[in-house]
Structures are given as structure tokens and as C-alpha cells.
Design a protein around this ligand. Structure first.
Ligand code: PHE
Length: 453
């Protein structure tokens, strides 16, 4: 049989798969988004709910995506078309492509902020500033007429450049060195933060669950954060799954990626909250939380000047290894389904994504008056991607894997045609068929007030 798509890129090794998938998962979602969303939703109870969602639902959605992608050997939309031709399931892939636009629009804005903060660290701009002045610095910067836009543009160009070059040779190679370095650095920051005077309050805030603070909305936020952080629900991992060699063990990859991702988020929380309580700040201060807190920690530690530079550079890299996986969803679709050459597809997709991107990045300036459901563009895109598009996508992906694919086919893909034992298969099967769909549906209905739990 002839394959209409002649040669597809693929990951070189098992380590390459983990590095790429963990590179996608670990990003601003862990270090920027997790602390601020946890801070707004009461801390401990939120963390616990988030971990339960990751363990019970997240790993399985990730596996389901790998299975679909590797089985079909296609992009997110093409996979559904190939496995279930003539059905509307391709719409799940389409929703993923919409989600890619939504996510990259605000994600590239925040990634741009990390570049500004790298520049600030190099020029030693935090030095001698009071906590209030550091907070103001952030507020002034995001409202600046062109600086955030310039950094966002630069970041999008870097993202496009890597996707253009192909994932295998570029990002995989750097990710292997830079991601472990980021990991070590966060541990160093966490240690500095917990040894500050008055740090205990922050630890209690993060680890002591106070369930009275958990509303239906917070539960949805925890689910959304779990999905966002793991890069699931929009086909990024269907796309990456399609590049995974048939002989790799999907389950062990998914578990390793999930654990890494959760650890980085928790470490980020341990770095942030003690400092917020010890150095002055408000855990509920929103998307600026990390940018306002970290400079204060750097100033309170020896060698802070260098650590600051290193940290923001690595954060930008972590953002880059995530953003390429988002752009890849669109580029793989455009090149495979619309038959546009990969290089041209990369340029066109990036330009198209830059349009909502510009609107989002100016949410504190030129577009601050534009609101939807009482949120400005940035907050709206951030909220709707994590809390609506990804959980809904994840819901449909597990339903599809559980009910549309044959159990035998799923097991075959999961075991690499019998190469690996899948001892926990009945558990996985139960989760994708029943538990995950029901749980996601309940969280949704509860948060919009249809159910009242
Ligand atoms: N998981 C990434 C992060 O935590 C963001 C992301 C979401 C990437 C969805 C791909 C798909 O930063």
C-alpha cells in the first residue's frame, strides 16, 4: 500500500521521546501558571486536587493521545480522519488546532516577559529596589506600548525557527542539557526560599489543605491546570505520538513525563510561596506573581545576580520547548492535510498565530478596553484554553479511545504489538471508558452550576 505522506520525521531514541514530551509538558505552565492559579485558589486544597487529577486522569489522557498518534502516524486532525474516516471525530482535531492558536497567543506573551526579565537581570535592574518598586516594575512593563510586543515577536520567531529546522536535531539536543539545569536551579531557589525568615507560612499555605477555600470553580481550575501543565487535550501529544517509534514503551514514557511535570510544579510552588509570605506579596496577585516574587528572592541570595540571569534564560528555554509543541500541532496539520510544504506552513502558521498574540500581549495597554465575560483578552484566552478547550478535548479523546477504538487495537498499540506487558491495562481501560469521562463531565457541570456539589 502506498503512503500518501512520503517521509515523516520521528524521534531518534527513547530519551529523545521523553525529552521532547517532557519539554512540551514542563514550561510556563509549571513555573508561571501553577503558582499563580494555586495562589488564587487557596493553595493546599488546590494542590491536592491538582495531583489527584494528574494521577487519575492526566496520565491516561496522555497515553490515549500517544496511542492515537502512534497508531495513525498523522497530525492531530489527520489521525482521526485516518482512524475513523467519514465520521465527525476529526472535529476533535480541529478543536485542538483552535486551542493551539488560543494558547500560543498568550503563552508567547508570557514567554516574552521572561526575555524582558532576562534583560533586566543582565542590567542588574532589580538591585536596590523595594518590594513595591519591583511590583511596579512589572505593572509598568506589561502596559508599555511596544516592549512586550517586541519580546513576543522575538520569541515567536525563535519558536518558528526551531519548528522550521525540525525538532530532532535542534531542540532535542539542547533540551537534554538545559532542562536538567533548570531543574537544579529551581531546587536551589526552593532552598533559598524555605530558609527565609517567615517562610513557614508559605509552606503551610501550599501544603495544608483548607477545603473551605475550594469552590466548584477551583476544582475546574485544578483540572484545567493539570491538563495545561501536561500539554494534554489539544493533540500536541497526538502529534508527538505520531513521531514515536513503534517499539518504544508508551506507558513508561507517559508516566515518567507526568512525574517530572508534577515535581517541577511543586518545586516552583515551594520556591514561590515561602518568598511571597516572607518578602511581601499577595499569593492571589494573578499572572504577575512569579515576575514580582522571583526578583525579590534573587536579591536576597548570594550570587543572585547570576542566578537571576540563568533562571530567566532557562525559563525562556522551557517555554520554547513547550511552544514548539503547540506550533507543531498547527504546522503538522497545515503541511499534511493542506499539502503545503513544511517551511511555508511554518511561516504561514506563525503569522496567523501572531494576530491573536498581538491582541493578547496588549491587554494591559492598547486593548485593555476589550473584554469578554468581564476578562480582558489575555485573561480570557488563558482561562478558556485551560478550563474549557483542554478538558473538553481531553474528554472527547478518552471517549474516542475508550469507545471508538477496539480494546484489542488499543492494547496492541500500548504493548507495542505484544513486546511489553501491560499489567495495568484493565485500570487504564476503566479510566478511559468510565472514570475520566464521568469525572470531567461532573467537574464541568458543577462549575457552570448545573450540578451543585
Ligand atoms: N504544558 C505546557 C506548559 O506547562 C503548555 C502547553 C499546553 C504545551 C498545551 C502544549 C499544549 O508550559
Amino acid at each position: 500500500m502506498s503512503d500518501p505522506i512520503p517521509s515523516r520525521d520521528s524521534f531518534g531514541s527513547k530519551f529523545g521521546v521523553i525529552a521532547a514530551a517532557a519539554g512540551s509538558a514542563v514550561g510556563l505552565g509549571n513555573i508561571w501558571r501553577f503558582p499563580y492559579v494555586a495562589g488564587e485558589n487557596g493553595g493546599g486544597a488546590f494542590l491536592l486536587t491538582y495531583i489527584i487529577f494528574i494521577a487519575l486522569i492526566g496520565v491516561s489522557v496522555m497515553l490515549a493521545e500517544f496511542i492515537i498518534g502512534r497508531k495513525a502516524q498523522r497530525n492531530a486532525l489527520g489521525s482521526f480522519k485516518k482512524l475513523s474516516p467519514g465520521t465527525p471525530w476529526y472535529l476533535v482535531g480541529l478543536m485542538g488546532i483552535v486551542a493551539a492558536f488560543v494558547i500560543l497567543a498568550f503563552y508567547s506573551a508570557v514567554a516574552g516577559w521572561t526575555l524582558e526579565y532576562t534583560a533586566n537581570s543582565i542590567t542588574n535592574s532589580f538591585q536596590g529596589k523595594s518590594p513595591d518598586q519591583i511590583d511596579n516594575m512589572f505593572d509598568t512593563f506589561i502596559a508599555h506600548p511596544w516592549r512586550p510586543l517586541m519580546w513576543q515577536g522575538l520569541f515567536l520567531i525563535a519558536t518558528a525557527w526551531i519548528v522550521w529546522a525540525g525538532v530532532k536535531r535542534g531542540i532535542e539536543r539542547y533540551a537534554k542539557i538545559l532542562m536538567p539545569l533548570l531543574f537544579i536551579l529551581i531546587i536551589a531557589l526552593a532552598i533559598r526560599s524555605v530558609t527565609l525568615d517567615g517562610a513557614m507560612k508559605g509552606i503551610t499555605f501550599l501544603f495544608k489543605p483548607d477545603f473551605s477555600k475550594l469552590s466548584g470553580g477551583s476544582i475546574l481550575e485544578a483540572l484545567g491546570q493539570a491538563f495545561f501543565s501536561l500539554s494534554i487535550g489539544m493533540g500536541a501529544l497526538i502529534t508527538y505520538g505520531s513521531y514515536i517509534n513503534k517499539k518504544e514503551n508508551l506507558s513508561s514514557s507517559a508516566i515518567q513525563v507526568t512525574i517530572t511535570d508534577a515535581i517541577v510544579a511543586i518545586l516552583a510552588g515551594v520556591a514561590i510561596f515561602p518568598a511571597v509570605f516572607a518578602l511581601g506579596g499577595n499569593p492571589g496577585s494573578g499572572p504577575g506573581l512569579v515576575f514580582e516574587t522571583l526578583p525579590k528572592i534573587f536579591m536576597a541570595m548570594p550570587g543572585g545576580y547570576f542566578f537571576a540571569i540563568l533562571f530567566f534564560v532557562l525559563l525562556a528555554v522551557a517555554a520554547l520547548t513547550s511552544s514548539i509543541s503547540v506550533l507543531e500541532v498547527v504546522v503538522a496539520y497545515v503541511s499534511e492535510e493542506l499539502n503545503i510544504k513544511r517551511h511555508k506552513a511554518t511561516v504561514l502558521s506563525t503569522i496567523a498565530i501572531a494576530i491573536p498574540g498581538v491582541i493578547a500581549v496588549m491587554s494591559w495597554g492598547a486593548t485593555s478596553e476589550w473584554t469578554l465575560f468581564g476578562m480582558h483578552t489575555f485573561d480570557f484566552l488563558d482561562w478558556i484554553s485551560a478550563n474549557v478547550l483542554l478538558p473538553l478535548g481531553g474528554l472527547l479523546i478518552v471517549i474516542y479511545t475508550g469507545w471508538m477504538l477496539k480494546t484489542k487495537e488499543v492494547k496492541e498499540e500500548l504493548s507495542s504489538q505484544g513486546k511489553y506487558k501491560v499489567i495495568l491495562f484493565p485500570v487504564f481501560n476503566f479510566i478511559i471508558k468510565f472514570l475520566a469521562p464521568v469525572a470531567i463531565a461532573i467537574v464541568f457541570l458543577n462549575s457552570i452550576g448545573v450540578l451543585n456539589l
